[in-house]
Every structure is written in C-alpha cells, then in structure tokens.
Design a protein around this ligand. Structure first.
Ligand code: SF4
Ligand code: SF4
Length: 426
C-alpha cells in the first residue's frame, strides 16, 4: 500500500492542544499492516483453528512451552510465522506440539492449541503431508488395533505373567464392578506389561471384582485424534463402545491418562458414556484397606502426566499413593502440578521422536530426567504408560544409568504390598 506523503506542520492545534511537528504526523492516514493475511486466514478458516488468529503476541506462551525450552517454538512464534506467509500446513511446527496444554493455561486470548493442532493436522493428513513415522503408527493402529504393530491376538498375553487370575469379560460371562481398560503400551511394551502385572496383583489383593476386554479391546485412539487422524479415532471408539456395551459393569478404570481423556470427553459424544477413573484415583480411594508390608527408603519425585494433570485436573491421587508408601521421601520438582514439564509423548509425539530430533537440542524426556536428577530423586515415579519407556531411554542417553530408576506407581505400590518380589530397587 502506497503511503500518502506526510504533512508535518511546525505547530498544529488539535482540540485546543498545541502539538509540535513530531506529534502532528500522527493525524495523517498511516499504513498499519504490511502483511498479506491470506495464509493466516487459510489456517484460521479451518474449523477448530480459529483461535490462532486471536494471538496478540504477548509472549506468555513462549515462556512456558516445553518445546521452546529445547528449540524455537511456541504459539506466539507459530502465529508470527503464519502471519509472515509460512503456512502451518507445510511447516514442521505442525508436528512439534505435544498438546501439553501449558500455553493455554497462561494465554490471555485463549489461543487453544488443543483445538488448533488436531484441526490443522487433520487437514495436513488429508493432503498427505504427515511425517512418515506418524503414518506408520496410524497404519499399525488401523491394521492391528495398536500403534506398536503387535498382533491383535496377543493383546491379553501379558496376563499369563501376572501371577493372579485376570478375568476376560467374554469368558467370565458375569457382571463385574470394574471394567479395566488396559490400553496398548500396558498390554504390549515389556515395561508396560510389568506395570500391568503389578496392578493386577494389587486388584487381586484388594479383592476388586474386575475384568478386561482382552482381544476385544483396541487402542482408545486419543493420541491419534490429537495427531490428526480423527477418522481412525472414531473407528476405534465405535469398536470399543460396541464391545463395552456387551457387558455389565459399574465403572471403567483406565491405566492410561490418554484413554481417560477419551472416555471423559470424546466417547460420550459418540454414545459411550460410563463413569471412568484413572487407576491412581481408584486406588487412592482404597488406601485405607491397603496392607503395606515393607518400605522404600528412597527419595522419589513424581512426573505429572499432561493428560491426567493439566488436561483433567488430577494432581492429588498419584501423590496420595506415593505419600502412603512407607519410608518414601517425596520431593517435588520445580516444574510440577499445573506447571509440570512434558515427557514429549502426547499429541502423537510418542511416534515422532525421529522427526523432532532435527528441531530440538534434546528430547523433552531428557530435559525432564535431568530435572529429576537435579532435585536428588533416586526414583522417578510415573502414572502414564508412555512415560516408563520414554524416561528409561532418557536416563540412559543422559548418562544417569544407575543413578535414577523410572517406576510406575503401580509397581512401587505392589512392591510395598509384598506383591512385586521381582522388582529390583537399587
Ligand atoms: S500467550 Fe496467547 S496471545 Fe500471548 S503470544 Fe502466546 S498465543 Fe499469543
Ligand atoms: S500445547 Fe504445549 S507443546 Fe504445544 S504449543 Fe502449547 S505449550 Fe507448547
């Protein structure tokens, strides 16, 4: 836009006030934007992504975004780059957000990456622009019902090592109090299976009347939804709702905060509405009846999962379990509860480690393990199945092997109940 030649008077009088030459230029028509906003509008026109346009560049989000602490990233920067004509659809920025929700906590304009990311990613997936490793996770989920690519038939194999009966609903043929939705990493990953076995033993010791879906269960699909595969999510949800609807139970207990999020907020929209609790919430209520027979003389810190804490407001249940363990010293890291750091696994990040390596100085899980070590923790306790593998890798890659162990709360609790003799706490 051509700017009209400035007219500057030595002195101008406006409403009886004398303005000198420098100031009276303010009264000419001025160019206030030199940007072509069509690229920004292309993004904000996508249903769900409108709030990106609300950003007024205050920068509060940059200070709290975990990805910015290892790279060059935040909603503020995404807005600015889009405003300058770099389409989010073609930018690596689209795949770096872990949907941890920390920016939304502080943003005065409610720029909502939790809505923006899945909406724009869905468009990118439709246009064939998703990173290859993410597509592999999607394909595995569609084919096998889990993102790891394990056989659907082996989904209940972990129960053989639990050491207690784990009833499968199709064989039990009777109502149960608790339908335990196990999820993929707890069913297939070696460390996830150990935590599942520990939880099964706790349930048995507490006399919980429970059952699992076994091979009738498929991935809850919430991370695939956040990564842009809404169609796949709906397919999985419809399957799980159909299977769950065959049985009678009083509530669902989930191992995975991502499944918890799906059952709380997304499945009801598709007709699947049941009372649901995370396993830490369920066990916290049963603490009075727990018989601890030994302690853990260690300094333990807890990593809040984004989808249990910031997304769904549960900070106390996991801590109440850890505080109840005999001899444990529970310490909080600087980033805890609402301000907790992110493990990097949410929003599809679990399957994007190769992609993100090019845009980060270190992995978020490595940054988090370093923080736990700085606070003198000997055990990093977790309650999300993504975290044990992520943090155990990070312990090795940061050179802290032998200094800190990563344990699911169920493993620690079972140990103190005398139900996890195989667990080595060094
Ligand atoms: S906190 Fe919100 S308004 Fe401020 S820069 Fe970030 S996205 Fe923009
Ligand atoms: S949701 Fe988390 S990772 Fe994504 S932009 Fe916000 S603070 Fe950064």
């Amino acid at each position: 836009m051509q700017k009209a030649k400035a007219i500057e008077l030595e002195i101008a009088v406006v409403d009886g006030v004398e303005l000198n030459g420098t100031w009276n230029r303010m009264f000419e028509p001025r160019v206030i934007s030199e940007y072509d906003l069509s690229v920004l509008e292309e993004i904000t026109n996508i249903p769900g992504a409108e709030s990106l346009g609300y950003c007024y560049q205050c920068g509060k989000c940059t200070a709290v975004c975990p990805v910015d602490s290892v790279g060059d990233y935040s909603p503020r920067k995404i807005f600015r780059r889009t405003q300058l004509g770099i389409s989010l659809l073609d930018s690596p920025d689209l795949w770096l957000c872990t949907t941890c929700r920390n920016c939304l906590r502080v943003c005065p304009k409610e720029v909502n990456m939790i809505d923006i990311m899945p909406a724009v990613r869905e468009q990118a997936v439709l246009e064939g622009k998703a990173p290859a490793e993410l597509l592999t996770a999607f394909e595995n989920t569609a084919r096998y019902g889990n993102p790891i690519g394990e056989s659907a038939r082996k989904r209940a194999d972990w129960t053989k090592t639990a050491g207690v009966p784990v009833p499968v609903m199709s064989q039990k043929k009777a109502p149960v109090d608790v339908l335990w939705f196990v999820e993929c990493y707890p069913a297939y990953h070696p460390r996830g299976k150990e935590a599942s076995a520990a939880l099964a033993r706790i349930f048995a010791a507490l006399g919980v009347d429970f059952g699992i879906l076994g091979t009738e269960e498929k991935c809850a699909g919430d991370s695939q939804r956040m990564a842009g595969e809404r169609g796949l999510f709906e397919m999985l949800a419809e399957h799980n709702i159909k299977m769950l609807s065959k049985y009678r139970f009083n509530e669902i207990v989930v191992t995975d905060p991502h499944a918890y999020n799906a059952f709380l907020h997304e499945y009801p929209k598709l007709g699947g509405e049941w009372p649901v609790r995370h396993y830490t919430q369920f066990l916290a209520e049963k603490l009075a009846g727990v018989n601890f027979v030994k302690g853990i003389k260690k300094r333990i810190t807890f990593h809040d999962p984004c989808y249990l804490g910031r997304h769904n407001g549960e900070y106390e249940a996991p801590r109440s379990l850890l505080r109840a363990l005999p001899d444990v010293e529970l310490v909080e890291m600087g980033h805890c509860k609402q301000t907790s750091y992110c493990c990097g696994g949410g929003g599809g990040g679990m399957w994007l480690d190769g992609f993100t390596r090019d845009y980060a100085s270190e992995r978020l899980s490595e940054r988090r393990v370093k923080e736990a070590v700085e606070y003198g923790a000997e055990i990093l306790a977790v309650s999300c199945p993504y975290e044990v593998p992520r943090f155990e890798d990070a312990v090795k890659s940061t050179g802290h092997d032998g200094q800190i162990q990563v344990m699911d709360i169920a493993e620690l609790m079972a140990y103190c109940m005398g139900l996890n003799e195989g667990l080595a706490i060094s």
